[in-house]
Design a protein around this ligand. Structure first.
Ligand SMILES: NC(=O)c1ccc[n+]([C@@H]2O[C@H](COP(=O)([O-])OP(=O)(O)OC[C@H]3O[C@@H](n4cnc5c(N)ncnc54)[C@H](OP(=O)(O)O)[C@@H]3O)[C@@H](O)[C@H]2O)c1
Length: 406
């Protein structure tokens, strides 16, 4: 549905040949993170095409100030209210307004940028992302947890406001680039590729002893801690499966997952005539971010270029659902509906945080998610308060299991 709207815009844009209005005014929610920094990097390479309305961070004042001085946004917001005074002092005399707390993030999203990068990690990004959607902005969505925990709500708000959602996840950007939105009925299935993460070939025993350092050491991508752990458990691919369901309006059984350790083919679309279209590139988020930043036109990105001869081979294998049960749990949650994806996401956030704090083992992540899904009834997730309430309940339930030593 989101891309139905997108299709409308794309078709109305004359030949897609007209230059995008310049300069485009942008906001980055989560500018200090991995995706945020890649977006900042692209903006700094092309100062004439973009102006910056707002930047936000969780608590990293140093980097936020550095980015603000380089990009000169009108407004910066930081989630941690304890950082407010220091941020104010550091930006005194610059003319850049600043604010702190969760409501300041929503204010950043509400300010009049044409294009908003949603790159806060986790459900914490939901309220600001919805605020940007509600005022009809073009929203580049990195924060997949938003669609997982509140997919129906996000799509309903897009339909109401006329906002445009552009996928940033490399897999969904790949599908977006090769999906024929003029004849969606000819799409048989989509295939999300997965690197397999650092434990692709690890034994169950090794995974049981895995440390946070080992789990975040992704073989191909340089990412934030949470998504790196999600990639190691393959929960990331499970979240992406749910994300693809909402973005491309496809049922779960028409979304495949294929392990492709080289991360060169970023995903594929299979058509009724037997054709399979794929998008390829080196694993550098600046390519899918640039695709969204310039959309509907392509803009330059400095990502390393693909050298297939040097790579010499691309390999593929089916995911191992015994060692990576998170993928099975996510698929089941999508089938179940009634808030199950919201519960899955919240329990996973609690589990990953606990693993990173060394309170639980790596294999406990999926166990905790499964137990939380088993003990909590889903329910209505029609509006934001329903989603937030179910998210809160699921976190409380997961923590209860942790205390009980599940
Ligand atoms: N990294 C990738 O390559 C990649 C690829 C595809 C999709 N994604 C998705 O993009 C999102 C961001 O990933 P990332 O790897 O960039 O994460 P990250 O490096 O951990 O950065 C997260 C950003 O969110 C901010 N933040 C953290 N907690 C917050 C809170 N409670 N309230 C407000 N802001 C908060 C962080 O601020 P501080 O820096 O101050 O903590 C930072 O700016 C995730 O949803 C991820 O799944 C990432």
């Amino acid at each position: 549905m989101a891309l139905g709207r997108l299709q409308g815009l794309a078709v109305q844009t004359p030949g897609l040949a007209a230059p995008a209005p310049a300069p485009r005014r942008v906001t980055i929610l989560g500018s200090t993170g991995s995706v945020g920094c890649s977006t900042v990097d692209l903006l700094l390479r092309d100062r004439d095409s973009f102006t910056v309305e707002a930047l936000t961070a969780g608590a990293n004042i140093d980097l936020l100030v550095q980015q603000a001085l380089a990009l000169r946004p009108r407004f910066v917001a930081i989630a941690d209210p304890r950082c407010h005074m220091a941020l104010k002092q550091r930006l005194a005399g610059t003319g850049i307004e600043c604010a702190a707390g969760p409501e300041a993030l929503v204010e950043a999203a509400e300010r009049p940028a044409d294009w908003v990068m949603a790159a806060i990690v986790g459900a914490a990004g939901l309220a600001p992302t919805l605020a940007a959607i509600r005022r009809g902005a073009i929203v580049a969505l990195a924060n997949k947890e938003c669609l997982v925990c509140a997919g129906d709500l996000v799509l309903a708000e897009i339909a109401r406001s006329g906002a445009t959602l552009l996928p940033v996840d490399s897999e969904h950007s790949a599908i977006f680039q090769v999906f024929d939105f003029t004849q969606p009925e000819t799409v048989e299935r989509v295939t999300l590729t997965a690197s397999g993460g650092p434990f692709r070939e690890a034994s169950h025993a090794h995974m049981a002893e895995a440390t946070p350092e080992q789990a975040v050491a992704h073989p191909n991508w340089d990412m934030g801690a949470k998504i790196s752990v999600d990639s190691a458990s393959m929960m990331n691919k499970g979240l992406e499966l749910i994300e693809a369901h909402y973005l491309f309006d496809l049922p779960e059984e028409r979304i495949d997952v294929l392990v492709h350790p080289q991360s060169v083919i970023h995903s594929m679309v299979s058509y009724v005539d037997g054709s399979v279209l794929a998008q390829l590139g080196t694993p550098d988020m600046r390519t899918p971010i640039a695709y969204a930043l310039g959309w509907p036109r392509r803009i330059a990105a400095p990502s390393p270029r693909l050298d297939l001869a040097a790579l010499s081979q691309l390999t593929f294998e089916a995911p191992d659902l015994q060692r990576f049960p998170a993928l099975r749990l996510a698929r089941a949650a999508l089938q179940t509906g009634r808030g199950a994806p919201t519960i899955l996401n919240a329990a996973n956030e609690v589990a990953v945080e606990s693993f990173l704090a060394r309170r639980i083992g790596f294999l406990d992540i999926a166990r905790l998610v499964e137990q939380t899904l088993e003990t909590l009834q889903g329910g209505q997730v029609g509006d934001l308060s329903d989603v937030l309430e179910l998210d809160r309940e699921a976190r409380a339930q997961a923590r209860q299991h942790l205390i009980a030593g599940f």
